[in-house]
Design a protein around this ligand. Structure first.
Ligand SMILES: Cc1cc2nc3c(=O)[nH]c(=O)nc-3n(C[C@H](O)[C@H](O)[C@H](O)COP(=O)(O)OP(=O)(O)OC[C@H]3O[C@@H](n4cnc5c(N)ncnc54)[C@H](O)[C@@H]3O)c2cc1C
Length: 471
C-alpha cells in the first residue's frame, strides 16, 4: 500500500471505524492542531501555526482505538491522543501525516464500587462530568485541577496532573489504581485495580506523565472518597513568603494534611484578595476536610502554628472568594490582544531550598527585558517540600519579538530553578517547552526513557516530538 495519499488514508479510516467517527473537516482539523500551550496560541493568532493533522478520529470502543493504532503502524503514520486539549506545554502538535485520536466519546463510568472505594471510567470522560456523577452518588474523586471542565481523565494521567485539594487526597499518581492502555502495536495492556502492587517495578509509572508517547489509555480505575462530613476554612497573612512557607512546613511536619494549602506572594495576594491584603503581606488559605473531629483538630493545630509564626487571622472570607473564583482565568487570546506575553511555570523544591528558589526565580524573571510582573504561589504541599506556581507577564517591544521574550522568560525560570536545586516541573508536564531541560533533571534517565520508548514503539508513531529531547 506504499504511495497511498491522504485522501485514501481518510477513506480507509472511515471504512475501519464508520463515517461518523472520522473527520477531516477543516474546522475539526484546526480544533485539533494544538493544545493550550501559550506559544502555539500566539503563533496561531499570528497565522504562523499552519500545520493540520491528516484526520481526527472519534473512537467509541477500545477496539476502535486498537484498529486506528494498527492502521497507523502499518503505514508509519503518527498518532496523537487528544483529551480535552487543555495541556499547556505543547504536547499536542500533530503534523500533516498524523491521525489525532479524540478520546472524548469514550466517556462512560463503568463501575462505582462503594465497598472498595474505586470507580472504573473510560479515559475520555471530562473531569467535571465525572465529579458531578460521583457527587450524585455520595462520592468525590478528590481531584480538582483548575481545568477540570476542559480536561479528561486520560489527559490527567498522561500529564501527571495535580488537583487543588491534592495536599489531602494526593496527585493523580496517588489516585490511580490501574488502567488499560493500547500499546503502539495495537495490543491492550491491562493493569487492573489492586489494593497494592508489588509485582516487580510498577509498570503504571511508565504511562503516567508519558504524554501519549507510550500507549493510549482507554480505561482508568481511580480511588474515590465518601463526601467529607465537614469542611472548615481559615486564612492568615504573613509579612513575607519565607514565613508563610515556614508555616506550611510546620503544619505538614506535624502530620496535618489540610486539603487546600495555598500561599500567595504579596503581588498575588493584592491582586486576588484586595480586601484581605495590606499590599505587602502574603496570604495563606487553608481548607480542612474530613470527619468533624478531625477537621476541628486540624484547623486548631494549623491556627496554632500560624499564630506562633506571627500570622494574622484573615477569617474565612478569602477562602470563600477563592472557592467562587478559583476556576476563572482570562484566556491567553484576551491577554495577547493586549500586547502581552504571559505564562505560568510550576516547579517544586524541598523545604531546605524552596524559599531561595522562590526568590531566585522571581528575580530571574524580573531580569528579562519587557517583563512587567513576576509572581508566585505555593499550592501543593508535602512533608518534604512544596511547589511554586510562577506567573509572568511581559510586554515585548514588538509582536515579532514576542516569541523571543517568551522563550527568554522560560529559560530564566528553568535555569534559576535548576540552580536553586528544584524540579523543573510540578504538574503541567514536559511537552515541547520543557524538553530541553529534561536531561538536567533526569541525567542518564533520559537515555533510559528513550530506550524504553524505542522498545515499546520502535516505529516512533505515538505522539512524536513531545517529552523526549531530540537525540
Ligand atoms: C486554565 C487551565 C488550568 C489548568 N489547571 C491545571 C491544574 O490545576 N492542574 C493540572 O495538573 N493541570 C492544569 N492544567 C493543565 C491541563 O489541564 C492538564 O495538563 C490536564 O491533565 C490535561 O488534560 P487534557 O485531557 O486536556 O489533555 P490534553 O491536553 O488533551 O493532552 C495532554 C497530553 O496527554 C496525551 N493524552 C491525552 N489523553 C490521552 C490518553 N487517553 N492516553 C494517552 N495519552 C493521552 C496527549 O497526547 C497529550 O500529550 C490547566 C490548564 C488550563 C488551560
Amino acid at each position: 500500500m506504499a504511495g497511498i495519499d491522504s485522501e485514501q488514508h481518510r477513506l480507509h479510516l472511515q471504512q475501519l471505524l464508520g463515517a461518523t467517527r472520522v473527520s477531516w473537516e477543516p474546522a475539526q482539523l484546526q480544533a485539533h492542531q494544538r493544545d493550550t500551550w501559550f506559544l502555539n496560541v500566539y503563533r496561531a493568532l499570528q497565522g504562523r501555526l499552519v500545520s493540520r493533522p491528516l484526520a481526527v478520529v472519534f473512537p467509541e470502543t477500545v477496539e476502535h482505538v486498537q484498529e486506528v493504532v494498527r492502521y497507523a503502524l502499518s503505514h508509519r503514520l503518527p498518532v496523537v491522543p487528544y483529551g480535552g486539549g487543555s495541556g499547556v506545554c505543547g504536547a499536542i502538535e500533530p503534523d500533516a501525516n498524523a491521525i489525532v485520536i479524540d478520546m472524548r466519546r469514550l466517556a462512560r463510568i463503568l463501575e462505582m464500587n462503594d465497598r472498595a472505594l474505586y470507580a472504573r471510567v473510560e479515559a475520555g470522560k471530562m473531569g467535571e462530568a465525572f465529579e458531578e456523577e460521583l457527587r450524585a452518588a455520595g462520592f468525590t474523586s478528590g481531584h480538582f485541577p483548575q481545568s477540570m471542565a476542559v480536561s479528561t481523565i486520560g489527559g490527567w494521567l498522561s500529564t501527571r496532573a495535580a488537583g487543588q485539594y491534592s495536599t489531602r487526597y494526593g496527585n493523580i499518581e496517588d489516585l490511580v489504581l490501574g488502567f488499560d492502555a493500547v500499546l503502539p502495536d495495537g495490543r491492550l495492556l491491562r493493569l487492573p485495580a489492586r489494593a497494592r502492587w508489588a509485582s516487580g517495578p510498577d509498570l503504571r509509572q511508565l504511562f503516567l506523565g508519558a504524554e501519549g508517547t507510550m500507549g493510549i489509555i482507554t480505561e482508568v480505575t481511580l480511588k474515590i472518597f465518601p463526601l467529607p462530613e465537614s469542611a472548615l476554612f481559615q486564612s492568615f497573612s504573613f509579612p513575607n513568603m519565607a514565613t508563610g512557607l515556614e508555616a506550611i512546613r510546620e503544619i505538614m511536619r506535624a502530620g496535618w494534611r489540610p486539603a487546600v494549602v495555598r500561599l500567595y506572594d504579596a503581588v498575588e495576594s493584592a491582586r486576588n484578595f484586595p480586601e484581605a491584603s495590606s499590599g505587602s503581606d502574603c496570604l495563606l488559605l487553608l481548607i480542612s476536610e474530613g470527619p468533624g473531629a478531625f477537621t476541628a483538630a486540624e484547623t486548631a493545630a494549623a491556627a496554632g502554628v500560624c499564630a506562633g509564626l506571627g500570622g494574622q487571622s484573615r477569617g474565612t472570607a478569602p477562602v470563600r472568594r477563592w472557592l467562587e473564583e478559583r476556576n476563572r482565568v482570562p484566556t491567553f487570546e484576551s491577554l495577547i490582544e493586549k500586547g502581552l506575553v504571559v505564562d505560568t511555570i510550576e516547579v517544586s523544591a524541598t523545604w531546605d531550598r524552596v524559599s531561595t528558589l522562590y526568590d531566585q526565580v522571581v528575580y530571574a524573571l524580573q531580569g528579562v527585558s519587557g517583563v512587567l510582573v513576576a509572581s508566585g504561589h505555593s499550592s501543593h504541599s508535602y512533608p518534604q517540600g512544596t511547589n511554586i506556581y510562577f506567573t509572568f507577564a511581559a510586554r515585548p517591544p514588538s509582536p515579532e519579538l514576542g516569541e523571543q521574550t517568551y522563550l527568554d522568560c522560560w529559560r530564566a525560570a528553568m535555569e534559576a530553578t535548576l540552580r536553586a536545586g528544584g524540579s523543573i516541573v510540578h504538574h503541567h508536564g514536559i511537552g515541547r517547552i520543557r524538553k530541553a531541560w529534561l536531561a538536567h533533571e533526569l541525567g542518564e534517565g533520559v537515555e533510559l526513557l528513550r530506550a524504553l520508548k524505542l522498545t515499546l514503539d520502535p516505529a516512533g508513531i505515538l505522539n512524536p516530538g513531545t517529552l523526549l529531547p531530540e537525540s
